[in-house]
Design a protein. Structure first.
Length: 263
């Protein structure tokens, strides 16, 4: 059994973070669990009441890996996180940020600039927490259990063979489609989400079943919860690509961002 825990990590503890677990028992990768927050992922599998609105919290590496073990019966191989991570405290742009921006900037998928405050201490504590329990940050192909940094925008470009980054962020629908009504914007967003989910299903079984689409009339936080789950699955898929030898790191000896499908 090979497995990956994907985390769409918020840069502050006030916003929820999506979590996805994928595993391969020899029959191909399958989505085992996906949740829109740490708390939701840590709930018992048969919890009676659904989480109505997801909240942010401090990530607990031990608890997350224990929950994953409970679901699949074996340790996680790769933890793939969408958050700036480095061997030393991050105070600004890194070589990995610059290399991704060189490779994907023209396709509108350059990285955001990290700082001492965002994600700041949260990034350091997350990396140290996983390192302490046997998941060191991998800046080259991992040998054994590892933590890796991923970035969904270039990953989705590669997945979709797209000319530019996909228009799938809830917060940007006004910029994506400024000329149409809010209702049409939401319909357009759902169409892009459907395309991504179908593409992910070709790589990871069970994505379509695990990610039912919200209605076009859903509240903003409900749409964001779906987006966080989607990003978490993308993170997990990148980790699966790393295990399959189908991804490469962009970085140096202090940090690396892994992108799939790049020869």
């Amino acid at each position: 059994m090979r497995s990956v825990l994907g985390i769409d990590a918020a840069w502050t503890d006030r916003e929820p973070s999506g979590v996805a677990l994928v595993a391969d028992d020899g029959a191909g990768w399958r989505l085992m669990e996906v949740a829109a927050s740490y708390a939701a992922f840590l709930r018992p599998a048969l919890a009676a009441e659904p989480v109505l609105r997801h909240r942010g919290s401090i990530p607990d590496a031990v608890a997350l890996l224990d929950a994953a073990y409970t679901r699949i019966g074996s340790p996680v191989d790769i933890v793939a996180i969408d958050m700036p991570l480095a061997m030393a405290p991050i105070i600004g742009r890194r070589t990995s940020d610059n290399l991704i921006s060189i490779a994907y900037g023209a396709r509108h998928a350059g990285t955001h600039t990290p700082s001492e405050t965002r994600p700041g201490k949260l990034s350091d504590e997350l990396r140290i927490g996983f390192h302490t329990i046997g998941y060191p940050l991998a800046i080259s192909h991992p040998r054994g259990q590892a933590l890796i940094e991923v970035y969904p925008h270039p990953a989705l470009i590669e997945l979709a063979s797209a000319e530019r980054r996909l228009a799938y962020k809830v917060s940007k629908i006004g910029k994506y489609w400024p000329e149409v009504t809010p209702g049409v914007r939401r319909e357009n967003l759902l169409d892009v989400w459907r395309q991504i989910v179908l593409l992910l299903e070709t790589r990871i079984q069970g994505v379509v079943q695990a990610l039912p689409f919200p209605p076009v009339t859903a509240r903003g936080y409900e749409l964001k919860a779906f987006e966080d789950c989607l990003d978490a699955v993308v993170c997990a898929w990148v980790g699966a690509c790393v295990l399959d030898g189908q991804a490469r790191p962009f970085g140096d000896d202090t940090s690396a961002i892994w992108v799939p499908g790049v020869q």
